[in-house]
Design a binder for this molecule. Structure first.
Ligand code: SF4
Length: 336
């Protein structure tokens, strides 16, 4: 089906047809398992700090010493060890601009590779240092956020779409996979799918990560609504139908768990954006598993199996013990 026909379907409220088709194609491709993805967050600091939807943009003026906004490396590593135990994938290592330097990120990624057995995706902004990375990295993520060049310039003034594209092309030349992130609800329209599809083709993207807007207090979006579940599903289904082989990850917040089943049927291979330790074992964690169950897929990993949390001691480095214990205690507490 041509892109314009798909856009018309969304605009004519025939999204259910797209979802049904995307579901059939996904199953035909063998996508019968859904992954739980966890972004490992490096720091609260971002030197750009001017993307108008971003929580970090509300923090920049409050942070006096950017070094103190960095997370402790052992906490990041302990989190990766727990992800491994629970069967979660590391979505990527994510950090704002000018927080950790390249050598530090490489060292963290190398240790995570050792802990999880899987090389790591990066989402660390536009960088010229990709050639410093090696086998510890599987791919590079470009934070496109909004696939509409005019809106992009207004919403993310310091990271141009063409610079992101250039970095992704270089990543491809170096043998890394390529991903992009897209946030829905920033003012885009179904017509912007044409640009998004073109961008994916031009930069040979292997993985698309969708999020829905989380309206942060203190940003211009604080009173905006999150996008409708049907609209979100229609966009995802379009990408699945256009690119049967691409990996699609969809983020949804705890207040929108009912999106999950619909997004999986629309073609998502994985889901993300959950507060792992807070939700683990609670009715919210159980709800995620229910959502997957009713799509007829299996879930890789667990949101509820306490036995998988394991020992308070790290299997890799005793310096992680204190954080492993902290995260296990947090997971066992019922926070809701
Ligand atoms: S570059 Fe990334 S972390 Fe920094 S303000 Fe923009 S979205 Fe937020």
């Amino acid at each position: 089906m041509k892109t314009m026909d798909v856009i018309d379907k969304i605009k004519n409220f025939e999204t259910l047809d797209l979802i049904t088709n995307a579901n059939k194609h996904s199953l035909k491709e063998g996508y019968d398992e859904v992954t739980l993805e966890r972004a490992l967050f490096l720091s609260w600091w971002c030197d750009k700090g001017d993307c108008s939807f971003c929580y970090m943009s509300t923090q920049k003026n409050k942070i006096k010493d950017p070094k103190k906004a960095k997370r402790k490396v052992n906490a990041i590593l302990a989190e990766s060890e727990l992800c491994k135990r629970l069967g979660w994938n590391i979505e990527f290592l994510s950090g704002g601009y000018d927080s950790f330097d390249t050598d530090e990120i490489k060292a963290i990624a190398t240790k995570i590779f050792k802990i999880t057995g899987s090389p790591v995706w990066l989402n660390i902004g536009i960088t010229n240092d990709l050639d410093k990375y090696g086998e510890e990295i599987v791919g590079v993520t470009g934070a496109v956020e909004i696939a509409n060049p005019l809106l992009h310039e207004k919403i993310c003034p310091s990271k141009s779409l063409s610079d992101i594209g250039e970095m992704l092309d270089k990543a491809g030349d170096l043998g890394f996979k390529k991903a992009i992130t897209i946030i829905l609800g920033l003012g885009e329209s179904p017509e912007d799918l044409t640009y998004l599809i073109q961008y994916i083709k031009e930069h040979k993207i292997n993985r698309v990560i969708f999020y829905s807007l989380n309206p942060h207090k203190g940003t211009i979006f604080e009173n905006s609504s999150q996008p409708s579940s049907i609209y979100y599903a229609g966009i995802v289904a379009t990408i699945r139908l256009t690119f049967p082989k691409i990996e699609i990850i969809c983020g949804t917040w705890t207040d929108n768990l009912a999106n999950i089943g619909l997004l999986v049927m629309s073609g998502a291979n994985g889901i993300t954006k959950f507060p792992l330790f807070k939700m683990f074992g609670t009715r919210y964690g159980k709800r995620v598993e229910e959502e997957i169950y009713w799509t007829g897929r299996k879930l890789k990993g667990t949101f509820t199996d306490i036995s998988k949390l394991g020992s308070n001691k790290s299997q890799f480095d005793s310096e992680l013990d204190i954080f492993i214990k902290r995260y296990i205690d947090e997971s066992l507490e019922n926070k809701y």
